[in-house]
Design a protein around this ligand. Structure first.
Ligand SMILES: Nc1ncnc2c1ncn2[C@@H]1O[C@H](COP(=O)(O)OP(=O)(O)OP(=O)(O)O)[C@@H](O)[C@H]1O
Ligand SMILES: [Mg+2]
Length: 453
């Protein structure tokens, strides 16, 4: 009954993390020790090493149902470290991000938002045998039709494609959907591909190993062997879905066409349906056709969650299919939302009790300088030494984030002043236009009577 898994792949959203694009990983050596500057990270060595141990535990499957909490003052790299953990885990481990306040901003119940996030954070690696056509592309011809309204465009209608293995060759006539995929993937002569005989899903494996492929040194594609045996064959395929993908698949199969519209946005999934998916996954695992890949649910600014959300999470951590929960907060002793009870980090004690806590500390001036330097290179910004010194000073007096945020305005001011390189005057001008939080509070106090109440 592997067929029931279905083929529709649903891409769950990928989020942009503008402020953290420079981070590639945790920057650890083979022994798990933090290099001072590596993978875009600077300093914060103890927290990085701790995070490295967590990554190891996740990879070895020893973290499921447990949690991590990053605590530290604003701008000390908590979110950055969580992003680094995601990079270390690689593509195959689901990593889902949620900001504490996000659960309130939706039309959907907050526990439903959390539930969906949890389901997105659990992967199921499924192996199935499929009938495929596999081989190296020997010939590909796309037939086009005139576009119905645009006289300058044509639409691909079908393609004739010849696939060859070391022992066999076959020419296929494929329809519009397959042709579309071939074009989107940029499939050309010399590529090794397979096409699912039933669904028409196309998979590009890489460039065939041959004299031909060696000519293109800058080819980005992986070089692969030309397959052996017949072109049409049964092939074992391994793919990772999230429980959420499977929920949607199940729902789509059950829903009528009309109710599908708007499905992937704001809608609640029937708990009964989730049970069925769990049942199916459990069965696949028992039959040895699938394995669970517990991913990470990262909840930033976790103090924004309320008591109801926290108890929901505690329960979720205990369930059979549980992701690893990573949270971050910059709050100390504060009220738990939805109660009048104070607690460390605004979290219930029984939840805190299950978390490994990793502290982050404020940066030294030298570290701030190195971090800004990385950002400057990353964003291709030119800046004088004086201006950099000034920015470092601003950073250590206010916050690292504030000084990083001043970079882009300073660049714009510099170019307005006719400079290609940011000068100290440009940074000074930027600090006058954009103030940090301490100053904005003073500002509000000064003009208190004029502000809205
Ligand atoms: N050790 C580091 N190395 C390189 N860049 C860093 C480091 N720490 C922080 N940054 C960068 O500095 C900025 C602020 O850090 P980040 O957003 O991670 O702070 P935070 O601890 O999550 O703060 P908050 O409590 O306000 O959420 C980000 O752009 C981040 O990528
Ligand atoms: Mg943060």
């Amino acid at each position: 009954m592997v067929e029931s898994v279905g083929i529709r792949e649903i891409k769950t959203t990928v989020r942009r993390r503008g402020a953290h694009t420079h981070i590639r990983g945790l920057g650890l050596d083979e022994k798990g020790r933090a290099k001072l500057i590596a993978d875009g990270l600077v300093g914060q060595t103890e927290a990085r090493e701790a995070a490295g141990i967590v990554v190891k535990m996740i990879k070895e499957g020893k973290m499921a149902g447990r949690g991590i909490l990053f605590v530290g003052p604003p701008g000390t790299g908590k979110t950055a470290l969580a992003v680094a953990v995601a990079r270390e885990l690689g593509e195959d481990t689901p990593f889902v991000e949620l900001t504490g306040s996000e659960i309130y901003s939706s039309e959907v119940k907050k526990t439903e938002v959390l539930m969906q996030a949890i389901r997105k954070a659990i992967g199921v690696r499924i192996r199935e045998f499929r009938i495929v056509y596999e081989g190296m592309v020997k010939e590909i011809r796309v037939k086009r039709l005139k576009h119905p309204y645009n006289p300058y465009a044509s639409i691909p209608r079908e393609a004739i494609i010849t696939l060859a293995t070391r022992d066999d060759e076959a020419t296929l006539n494929v329809g519009q959907e397959v042709t579309q995929q071939l074009l989107e993937l940029g499939v050309r002569k010399g590529d090794v591909i397979w096409i699912d005989a039933q669904t028409g899903a196309v998979h590009l494996s890489g460039r065939a190993k041959s004299e031909e492929s060696r000519k293109y040194d800058i080819d980005m594609r992986r070089v692969v062997e030309i397959p052996k045996g017949p072109v049409k064959k049964e092939k074992e395929i391994e793919r990772t879905f999230t429980l959420y993908d499977l929920d949607l698949n199940m729902a789509l199969r059950k829903a009528s066409i009309i109710s599908i519209f708007g499905f992937e946005s704001e809608r609640e999934i029937d708990p009964e349906l989730r049970k069925q998916v769990d049942e199916m996954v459990r069965k696949l695992i028992e039959e040895g056709k699938a394995e669970l890949v517990p991913g990470v649910l990262f909840i930033d600014d976790a103090h924004m969650l309320d008591i109801e959300a926290f108890s929901f999470l505690s329960r979720a951590m205990e369930s059979e299919f549980a992701p690893i929960i990573i949270m971050a907060t910059n709050r100390g002793l504060t009220r738990i939302r939805g109660t009048d009870q104070e607690s460390p980090h605004g979290m219930p004690l029984d939840l805190l009790d299950r978390l490994l806590i990793i502290p982050t500390k404020p940066y030294s001036e030298d570290e701030i300088r190195e971090i800004i330097k990385i950002k400057i290179i990353e964003d291709d910004i030119k800046i004088t030494d004086d201006a950099l010194d000034y920015l470092v000073k601003v950073g250590s007096e206010t916050s690292l984030r504030h000084s990083i945020q001043l970079l882009e305005p300073s660049r714009i001011i510099a170019s307005r002043n006719g400079r290609k390189e940011i000068d100290i005057e440009d940074v000074k001008e930027a600090t006058k236009l954009f103030i940090d939080v301490k100053h904005s509070i003073e500002h509000v106090k000064k003009y208190e009577s004029f502000f809205m109440k």
